[in-house]
Design a protein around this ligand. Structure first.
Ligand SMILES: [Ca+2]
Length: 287
């Protein structure tokens, strides 16, 4: 005789299981050691968005404790003429509808990125319905103005930053990757540690949606990587190499193969792939 389990009890079991799963999925957030912002700085609109936003970030850096800098939605794109340098203990919040757009004719150096780190801790870039946009097609077509390159990323972390979150933003038309996390090029080979990338869309970027070449503890969840084209490998994402990585869960597109390059191949077409991946351990390649 089969044991009788009341429907209500089944519901409770299902609820507990779901809650446990959600807690497991968000478990790393429990490890987030950073304090919430104590003060808020709202950026004032300016023709040169870079100077206005950088001034707010510098103000946050000069203020003891964690701060939030808010870029408000003003109805027009914020036009950036140069790279924004992040400070520590910073939440950079893009209000819904905000577009930060690289100015035409700027970012001409092959390594110019829209946003980069300086080896800091406790940084959150948050922008649900917020967009970081570069000018990939200009970079490809106008080689007199723009030095040919595959390194003009929307967001670059490669100076050993720790506790980094990128949430909800769309990265598009980068002259490189939407997001790059890699080597500290200043000599000390320090990986970025504890990086969360969640609810991000990378669209129409030149080289990759996301590249992780050197990091320790990366969580990537619920991202949409699509329409990467223009420079090899031209995929959704790459981790290089995969040796030594401990996976806490299967890749969602495991049917495409378990190697990174197969994963890249899966995402290298015009088709969009939604996926979730969690990685723990050192992700590295030769410098
Ligand atoms: Ca501060």
């Amino acid at each position: 005789m089969r044991p009788f389990i009341p429907l209500a009890l089944l519901f409770v079991i299902a609820l507990v299981t779901t809650t446990s799963a959600q807690q497991g999925e968000r478990g790393e957030e429990d490890e987030w050691p950073c304090s919430p912002p104590r003060s808020v700085i709202i950026v004032k609109w300016a023709e040169d968005a870079s100077k206005a936003i950088q001034a707010a970030i510098d103000q946050a850096a000069a203020t003891p404790g964690p701060d939030k800098v808010i870029i408000p939605h003003v109805g027009n794109p914020w036009i950036a003429s140069e790279t924004l340098n992040l400070c520590g203990e910073l939440t950079l919040e893009f209000e819904p509808g905000v577009v930060l757009w690289a100015k035409q004719g700027k970012f001409d150096d092959k390594n110019h990125c829209l946003i980069k780190d300086e080896g800091v801790e406790c940084v959150t870039l948050r922008g649900y319905v917020g967009t970081l946009r570069m000018r990939k097609h200009d970079y490809m077509m106008d080689t007199e103005t723009y030095e040919p390159s595959e390194w003009r990323h929307c967001v670059k972390f490669n100076f050993g930053s720790e506790y980094v979150r990128i949430l909800g933003l769309t990265m598009e038309c980068a002259g490189g990757d939407g997001i790059y996390v890699g080597w500290d090029t200043r000599g000390a080979a320090r990986p970025c540690r504890h990086v969360w990338i969640r609810d991000v869309t990378c669209r129409d970027n030149l080289r990759q949606g996301i590249s992780i070449t050197y990091a320790d503890g990366v969580t990537i969840e619920n991202c949409l990587l699509t329409r990467t084209a223009g420079n090899n490998p031209g995929g959704g994402w790459t981790l290089s190499p995969t040796a030594g990585i401990t996976r806490s869960r299967p890749w969602r597109f495991a049917s495409a193969g378990s190697s990174t390059m197969r994963a890249v191949a899966c995402l290298s077409t015009w088709s969009a792939c939604r996926w979730r991946i969690r990685e723990a351990g050192l992700i590295t390649s030769s410098p």
